[in-house]
Design a protein around this ligand. Structure first.
Ligand code: FA5
Length: 347
């Protein structure tokens, strides 16, 4: 037994001298000092020794255990100090040591903008509703007063889903939710619909084949163009937190009458000044107008209110990236979709 103890000591010293990595040190500890380790075996074997030998061997085993613990601790300190760490393997952890920072994700600028916009409308009593990105051509076009073969279908070239007979498509705007909401609700109501839309068109600094829109719809008695202008002025000044110049141009959308195009620019010109078209700083933000009677009709609103309510309404649909471009002076809409952290981390 005494022979075994001195052999173990010699073997352990040799192994320890060669250890350089923390992983090997863990194995060493297990092999010699672990519950199933060699030292534990020595203690287990003591009971089989004659009484006079047992005491001496017991002392020697204790001595060996303490010596191995001491050299093991010393070695672990050496190794961990080398790594620039202050903890060692005997279970002591320096809780004051700075932890390496993990990269934590955060919201994409489009999501941030979407939430800011819907929050503003919530404060004005609008409900936020969501629609489906896959739509039928009825809701995307027909219910909005754009029948088959109407030239206005060309304004929004569409991705059709197969089979073509299904007449399903990727929605080209958030306006289908106007029809869907009006089918199941009676005025008065005011809603906004944020969401992704798709168009089969070439990309440039102001256009992408997928982008986000925010639709708005307000229907009540006596809603007029001036109600619309007041809501827009409040919404845009809250979002831009400063004075924005807004311009209303006549615009054509079959689902509104009269229809407008709304452009905006920040003081000093804004990003569109750098656009290839160089339109003097104006950036087209949204289409809008007073809801066309045919849209009310297609949604069956008149029948359901039995003609008792004399309601009118306005609707608008704005590009979310376009709003964020003006707010943050972003020169190119395609930056939103390139996943370049140098861009995204700025917001
Ligand atoms: C429409 O989509 C209408 N549904 C808007 C509307 C709603 C009009 C309700 C009347 C009543 P338009 O195609 O102009 O309209 O698109 C609306 C806005 O989406 C544009 O003003 C622009 O800000 C943004 N937009 C349009 N096409 C793109 C594109 N390819 N990439 C990025 N933004 C776009």
């Amino acid at each position: 037994m005494l022979m075994d103890i001195s052999l173990i000591k010699k073997q352990a010293d040799n192994e320890l001298a060669l250890i350089e990595k923390a992983e090997d040190l863990v194995l060493f500890e297990k092999k010699y000092l672990g519950k199933q380790g060699l030292i534990a075996d020595v203690f287990k074997g003591l009971k089989d020794l004659p009484e006079n030998e047992r005491k001496i061997a017991g002392n020697q085993a204790n001595l060996l255990k303490n010596e191995l613990k001491a050299v093991f601790e010393q070695k672990s300190k050496q190794i961990y100090q080398k790594r620039g760490q202050t903890e060692n393997l005997v279970g002591k952890i320096d809780v004051s040591r700075p932890v390496p920072q993990k990269e934590i994700g955060y919201l994409h600028l489009i999501t941030q903008a979407q939430r800011e916009l819907t929050d503003i409308f919530k404060t004005m009593g609008f409900e936020v509703v969501l629609g489906s990105e896959i739509e039928s051509d009825w809701y995307n076009f027909d219910a909005l007063n754009v029948p088959k073969d109407h030239p206005a279908r060309d304004m929004q070239d569409t991705f059709w889903l197969k089979p073509e007979s299904s007449k399903m498509l990727l929605r080209t705007h958030t306006s289908p939710m106007q029809a869907r909401y009006m089918e199941t609700h009676k005025p008065p109501f005011r809603i906004v619909v944020p969401g992704r839309v798709f168009r089969n068109e070439a990309t440039d600094v102001k256009h992408e084949a997928q982008f986000y829109q925010l639709e708005g719809l307000m229907v009540d008695e006596n809603i007029s163009v001036s109600s619309f202008k007041a809501i827009m002025a409040e919404f845009l000044s809250q979002y831009f937190e400063s004075k924005v110049e807004v311009r209303l141009r006549p615009g054509y959308f079959p689902f509104v009458e009269p229809g407008f195009e709304i452009d905006a620019k920040t003081k000093g010109g804004g990003p569109a000044r750098r656009s290839p078209k160089g339109e003097g700083g104006w950036l087209e933000l949204m289409g809008a107008g007073m809801v066309h009677p045919n849209v009310f009709k297609a949604a069956g609103l008149q029948q359901r209110t039995k003609g008792k309510v004399n309601f009118t309404g306005f609707a608008f649909g704005c590009g979310i990236e376009r709003l964020a471009m003006i707010k943050h002076n972003i020169p190119d809409l395609r930056l939103f979709y390139q996943n370049d952290l140098r861009f995204l981390k700025q917001f």
